[in-house]
Design a protein around this ligand. Sequence first.
Ligand SMILES: Nc1ncnc2c1ncn2[C@@H]1O[C@H](COP(=O)(O)OP(=O)(O)OP(=O)(O)O)[C@@H](O)[C@H]1O
Ligand SMILES: [Mg+2]
Length: 232
Amino acid sequence: MVRFENVGMRYGLGPEILRDVSFTLEPGSFHLLTGPSGAGKTSLLKLIYLAERPSRGAIWMFDREIATTPREELPALRRRIGVVFQDFRLLDHLTVFENVALPRRVMNELESSYRAEVEELLSWVGLGNRLNAKPATLSGGEKQRVAIARAVVAKPELLLADEPTGNVDPDIGGRIMRLFIELNKLGTSVLIATHDQRIMERVPAQRLFRLAEGRLTTANAADAVLAEAKRA
Ligand SMILES: Nc1ncnc2c1ncn2[C@@H]1O[C@H](COP(=O)(O)OP(=O)(O)OP(=O)(O)O)[C@@H](O)[C@H]1O
Ligand SMILES: [Mg+2]
């Protein structure tokens, strides 16, 4: 579904902030991406979302090698991905309902085919009574929940979520995680960038990617190194 081979990335002429990043996301997989602030988590998600280009290495998305894919074909690949951005990126002139419904409208679906689902999703994240509110009137955590509902509403093949529980209380955070797990059970591959200790505790170690100083390790690899060191 996603494959990175020795990917490096820099912003403009700045230093490389990602170095030799290699990993594979299988269809239906569930992974967390963790690492200190500034480690490059958001940048890595931007590469997957095709919002930035690597300065080195190769990226395959849905079996397409990105560097050789014509630019005009990228939006179609992007539509197969649901994204929760760290800064939400809601459309201010649309209501909560309209923001969440947008991915379905873009797919030319009739409102009658998604209205109930959008309402149900918004109830699930605790916003059933804010359907007609504009984003400007919402709190940070409420905006985050709208962004989450919008990211999952079209049941994307891949879901990327950047600190999706950063602004909500533990109860809502738990509901959001259950939503992601349900979506994963329906076949969506999920990658969540997070510092949230409560989320990390709920996910097996082999599903943890760690970024530090631009390099990616899995908890597995780290364990292997530790085991190696103990043997020596
Ligand atoms: N648009 C940009 N232009 C230049 N440098 C950037 C840009 N965005 C991020 N960076 C730099 O790239 C590095 C990685 O940033 P990134 O946002 O990917 O980190 P992060 O792991 O998501 O951090 P956080 O946990 O704080 O969200 C940082 O050193 C940051 O200053
Ligand atoms: Mg970030």
